[in-house]
Design a protein around this ligand. Structure first.
Ligand code: NAG
Ligand code: NAG
Ligand code: NAG
Ligand code: NAG
Ligand code: NAG
Ligand code: NAG
Ligand code: NAG
Ligand code: NAG
Ligand code: NAG
Ligand code: NAG
Length: 499
């Protein structure tokens, strides 16, 4: 051990001498023009030990009745039989939860009269309640935190979030259970990647526990699911879509919650879900995050996307109040498994549900999965450039949409609905933006539109990533905090794979 630490010191000294100075005093055009010479010395390790023995004390997490022992989880890692598939019975109850409905929609109001603060000189405007503590904020006046939903809005939002956590828990485990290690390897995913997916499933048990606790005894429990994928690439594609609407569903409501305490903990779980979404994009060989902002969507949108994959729930499971919109089908949805997304055939998706993945089962000579050429390969990577992007501003997008009135969701016990008139706009929701393009109708429930070139801020195209597309009967101006006012105008809802 003594001789080893001498060696280590000698080694660091050698590195210090040969390493380039990390600080460069100045440079032009964001290019310091460093030589890029490697600073490594010696040869790559092949023997891994014996290692230094560092100071430690034996320790273990507290358990049972010991102080600080962690609570058990509402769902353990899976044991026993798990079943899947479509539902074929008849529901004992139908429709979204509802009681007295006071109006057909929420009328817009002017600015809240208390929203007046403006600070032009950067100085404090109010006396400070304590040292180093500027006046203001919510939940900052010493009141005891209460980590419980605090309104019907909160309850329904967190219950929706819990339905989402439950499917993710089942879904990530399901892919690992039904595809072999060889199947994953053929898609470029190693045993270490499978371990990451398995860990993501365990994260969901923690999220399900947290949301259950914040709801109380009426928290919905886990259901039975019906998945669309037939191979590993489609599993990953479905995951990146499902986590996209799961994440965006939460961004859409989190700042509207009555309970700031619930919002606090929910933010800390959705930050993890955001990482899952990015990981699945990377496993699909997409650009890791081709946007500057992650978008938020209304709860009824998240429920519309999620419900078709829930086949049945246990009797008396708490039901939701949100709307299920009719499905919007993107007929020429770009296939991320092709090195030429332009060559995607019509309906090149595995099924009719809006988040169904693109078919990965295409001729090998058309696939990018095992291509080893920069700009064309789409095997798993930290990030990928695509010489031919999945979509581009001006792309003609062919659409078809369902009419309301279809049974959907657990036990087919919810019904799609819309209060919109005939659709005349396509509404593109991504980043901080909602952009409308005219819908050209070509037949009963079919038509097309063109992908917009709108920007978030100059230089960043708004339409990118896995994003949201609705058909509407008007082009109401809305921003991220009042986007849900679009709902009475939504005729159909889909998911668009822009990049
Ligand atoms: C849904 O189906 C499950 C399984 O068949 C059944 O136990 C449950 O009672 C059904 N729920 C409704 C609302 O019909
Ligand atoms: C403390 O702040 C909360 C809002 O965060 C407010 O509802 C409550 O009335 C305040 N309590 C006191 C004692 O000022
Ligand atoms: C469902 O709720 C009804 C009415 O409260 C009750 O009679 C029944 O036992 C419950 N079923 C289950 C499986 O919990
Ligand atoms: C894909 O289609 C667009 C629009 O027609 C075209 O501009 C572009 O060159 C095509 N991409 C390739 C790689 O051919
Ligand atoms: C998708 O919908 C079309 C038209 O409604 C129908 O003809 C087709 O059978 C459906 N496909 C699947 C896989 O359900
Ligand atoms: C892919 O390219 C890398 C770098 O050129 C090379 O080392 C590797 O063997 C190639 N793999 C395949 C499957 O062609
Ligand atoms: C990747 O894309 C970026 C920006 O689109 C471009 O600047 C860069 O040259 C590309 N790199 C490669 C290796 O294609
Ligand atoms: C999406 O972002 C990537 C990375 O910045 C870019 O290469 C691509 O062109 C963008 N796609 C669209 C549709 O703007
Ligand atoms: C996109 O959102 C940003 C931020 O709200 C806004 O400044 C910009 O004008 C929007 N762009 C479009 C095209 O609506
Ligand atoms: C939504 O908010 C924006 C301000 O960000 C406002 O201009 C717009 O009128 C609002 N829309 C409605 C329908 O209230």
């Amino acid at each position: 051990m003594f001789s080893k630490s001498i060696l280590a010191t000698a080694c660091f000294a050698a590195v210090a001498v040969s390493a380039p100075a990390p600080q460069v005093s100045g440079y032009a055009n964001a290019d310091a023009g460093l030589s890029g010479k490697s600073s490594s010395v010696g040869s790559i390790a092949t023997v891994f030990g014996p290692d230094s023995q560092i100071p430690y004390t034996p320790t273990a997490p507290p358990s049972g009745t010991q102080p600080g022992a962690a609570p058990t989880r509402v769902s353990s890692n899976p044991t026993g039989v798990t079943s899947h598939g479509p539902y074929s019975g008849t529901a004992t109850t139908t429709g979204a939860v509802s009681n007295t409905v006071l109006a057909a929609s929420i009328p817009p109001l002017p600015l809240n009269p208390t929203a007046t603060y403006y600070n032009a000189d950067g100085k404090l405007k109010n006396a400070q309640p304590a040292p180093y503590t500027p006046y203001g904020g919510l939940g900052t006046n010493g009141t005891l935190p209460r980590y419980q939903v605090n309104s019907d809005f909160d309850f329904e939002s967190i219950a929706l979030g819990l339905y989402q956590e439950w499917i993710e828990l089942d879904l990530f485990n399901n892919g690992l259970a039904i595809f072999s290690a060889e199947d994953f390897l053929a898609a470029g995913l190693t045993a270490e990647d499978r371990a990451l997916i398995a860990f993501m499933a365990q994260q969901e048990t923690g999220h399900a526990e947290l949301l259950t606790n914040m709801l109380g005894e009426a928290a919905p429990v886990q259901c039975t699911y019906d998945y669309p994928f037939t191979n590993v690439r489609e599993f990953i594609d479905f995951n990146q879509k499902l986590t996209r609407f799961g994440e965006s569903g939460v961004w859409g409501f989190i700042n509207h919650l009555d309970s700031r305490e619930v919002g606090q903990l929910l933010a800390q779980s959705i930050a993890t879900e955001a990482r899952q979404q990015m990981s699945f994009r990377q496993m699909l060989g997409l650009h890791a995050m081709p946007v500057w902002f992650e978008t938020g969507i209304p709860q009824s949108w998240a429920w519309t996307y999620l419900a078709p994959y829930i086949s049945s729930c246990p009797e008396n499971n708490t039901r939701l109040a949100w709307q299920n919109f009719p499905a919007l089908h993107i007929l020429n949805q770009a296939n991320p498994n092709r090195f030429s997304p332009n060559d995607t055939a019509l309906n090149e998706v595995v099924g009719n549900r809006t988040s169904d993945p693109s078919k990965a089962d295409i001729p090998v000579e058309e696939s990018c999965v095992n291509v080893n050429v920069t700009g064309y390969g789409c095997g798993p990577a930290i990030s990928r450039n695509r010489s031919e992007p999945l979509s581009f501003p001006g792309k003609q997008v062919f659409l078809s949409w369902d009419t309301p009135g279809s049974p959907v969701g657990p036990n087919n016990s919810y019904v799609t609905s819309s209060s919109a008139g005939p659709p005349v706009f396509a509404a593109w929701v991504s980043q901080l933006n909602l952009t409308y393009t005219p819908l050209v109708t070509t037949g009963a429930n079919t038509g097309y539109t063109f992908q917009p070139a709108s920007e978030v801020y100059a230089g960043e195209g708004a339409a990118n990533d896995t994003m949201f597309l609705a058909l509407t009967d008007t082009d109401l101006f809305l921003t991220p905090f009042n986007l849900s006012m679009i709902n009475p105008h939504v005729a159909a809802l889909g998911i668009y794979q822009a990049g």
